[in-house]
Design a protein around this ligand. Structure first.
Ligand SMILES: Nc1nc2c(ncn2[C@@H]2O[C@H](COP(=O)(O)OP(=O)(O)OP(=O)(O)O)[C@@H](O)[C@H]2O)c(=O)[nH]1
Ligand SMILES: [Mg+2]
Ligand SMILES: [Zn+2]
Length: 308
């Protein structure tokens, strides 16, 4: 770092302006021309959570360097694109907010997000949102969902920003670390953050608005400080295209399948057609959930499409 330059953390990134929190306060910055981290191909060069070197200036401060990232959450920018988009970097923990209805989060979306967190070694908790709406008719579905992911090895929590259920627990999880909040649009990510930290000014979808319209309330990621930790609100993501994950490695990111793989006859078993495959046996017996296995197959399939 040269004289006059300071270190900071990117707390919001709109694409042209970046807010950087430094010891002396928050600076509004632009980025220096061709700045990007080596070896990372993404549509957004500087992302929320990045540690950066800034040249402060009264008029326009400039980000001149990005420090290496400890980890990041990345997805394919759009369905048919080869470009990728980084949601945030340097995360200690992720909360994936899932709602069973209004809106219903697709299982495949959940599984894709889990694969990414496994691949980048980001600890994760699954949070069933809007628990106040999980009335009797959803009880069986909730039980099934919870069992699948707990059996796979994930923590599954329940929260409601209306009754306050689970909120204290989540607040406790934030201490001393940076937590990413992710999930489809309308699942209540911003509402959760506003409930945890009422002093934060945060935009949420109006109750009267229908989230079935696919309207996105949060349009870019923002990091907020809560106690001695940080929480990152993200725009709702719809599809979650995976990037840089090898077919041969994919099963390592499904913990319940990875545990069985040593019992397959072939060491390089793909768990799709091989004889004496411990994973296929478990799927048949129902000890590995069909929906999880189906996601595994769909991800294998999709990646083939992109290689052609
Ligand atoms: N019943 C119920 N409704 C909730 C709860 N949390 C949020 N909502 C409602 O769900 C809608 C969407 O909430 P948001 O917090 O804006 O959702 P979001 O995930 O931030 O959405 P995007 O910013 O578009 O990604 C709003 O109408 C909220 O009032 C909850 O715990 N229970
Ligand atoms: Mg939001
Ligand atoms: Zn196998």
């Amino acid at each position: 770092m040269e004289a006059g330059q300071i270190l900071g953390t990117v707390i919001s990134a709109t694409g042209s302006w970046y807010e950087v929190a430094t010891e002396g306060g928050t600076l509004n910055c632009r980025i220096r021309g061709r700045l990007r981290l080596k070896g990372v191909r993404s549509t957004n060069p500087v992302v929320v959570g990045d540690r950066v070197v800034v040249e402060p200036d009264d008029q326009s401060s400039v980000i001149v360097e990005i420090m290496p990232r400890r980890n990041y959450v990345i997805r394919r920018a759009s369905n048919l694109s080869k470009e990728s988009h980084i949601i945030a970097a340097n995360i200690d923990h992720a909360l994936l907010i899932v709602t069973l209805h209004s809106p219903a989060t697709p299982r495949e979306f959940v599984d894709r997000f889990l694969v990414t967190c496994e691949a980048y070694k980001i600890p994760l908790s699954i949070v069933l949102g809007k628990a106040d709406t999980l009335v009797e008719e959803y009880a069986a579905e909730e039980e099934e969902f919870t069992a699948i992911y707990r059996d796979a090895g994930y923590e599954v929590l329940r929260i409601s920003s209306i009754t306050g259920e689970g909120i204290e627990h989540i607040r406790g999880m934030l201490t001393g670390r940076t937590t990413l909040v992710a999930g489809n649009s309308g699942v209540g990510k911003s509402t959760l953050i506003g409930t945890i930290a009422p002093d934060i000014e945060i935009r949420t979808g109006e109750i009267s608005e229908s989230h079935h319209k696919g309207k996105h309330t949060t349009t870019f990621s923002t990091m907020y400080s809560v106690g001695d930790g940080y929480i990152i609100d993200t725009p709702g993501i719809k599809g979650f295209g995976l990037i840089d994950i090898d077919d041969n490695e994919l099963c390592r990111y499904f913990p319940e399948m990875m545990r069985l793989a040593p019992d397959c006859r072939f060491y390089n078993c793909t768990h799709t057609h091989e004889p004496d495959c411990a994973v296929l046996d478990a799927v048949k017996e129902g000890t590995v959930a069909w929906s999880r296995y189906e996601s595994y197959l769909k991800i294998l399939d999709e990646d083939d499409k992109y290689r052609k």
